[in-house]
Ligand binder design. Structure first.
Ligand code: ZN
Ligand code: ZN
Length: 87
C-alpha cells in the first residue's frame, strides 16, 4: 500500500494557506486575506512521520526521502516472508 505525505502551507497562526493564496517569487503574499506563509508541513499517512519547517524546499526534500524509504522497505519485507515460508 503506497503511503502519501502531502505538503501543505500554513500561516503563522497555524491555519492553512491554500494553493489559491498566490505568492510572489520572493514569497510575498498576493492574496488580500493572506498574512503570508510561515511554514510548510508534511504528514505521512503511515502515521510515523511528520515534519514542520519554514523552508518548503527542505520539507519537500525530506518528504520525498521518507516516501522513498517506504518503497525501499517493500521488497525487504517480502524477502523476509519468503524466508519464513521456506523454512
Ligand atoms: Zn495564505
Ligand atoms: Zn511514512
Amino acid at each position: 500500500m503506497p503511503f502519501r505525505a502531502p505538503l501543505t502551507n500554513h500561516h503563522a497562526d497555524g491555519t492553512d494557506c491554500p494553493p489559491h493564496h498566490k505568492q510572489t517569487s520572493s514569497g510575498k503574499p498576493l492574496h488580500l486575506d493572506c498574512p503570508g506563509r510561515a511554514y510548510a508541513q508534511a504528514i505521512c499517512s503511515c502515521g510515523g512521520w511528520e515534519l514542520k519547517q519554514s523552508g518548503k524546499g527542505y520539507v519537500n526534500e525530506s518528504r520525498n526521502r521518507h516516501l522513498a524509504s517506504h518503497v525501499a522497505q517493500g521488497p525487504k519485507v517480502r524477502r523476509d516472508l519468503h524466508r519464513l515460508d521456506g523454512s
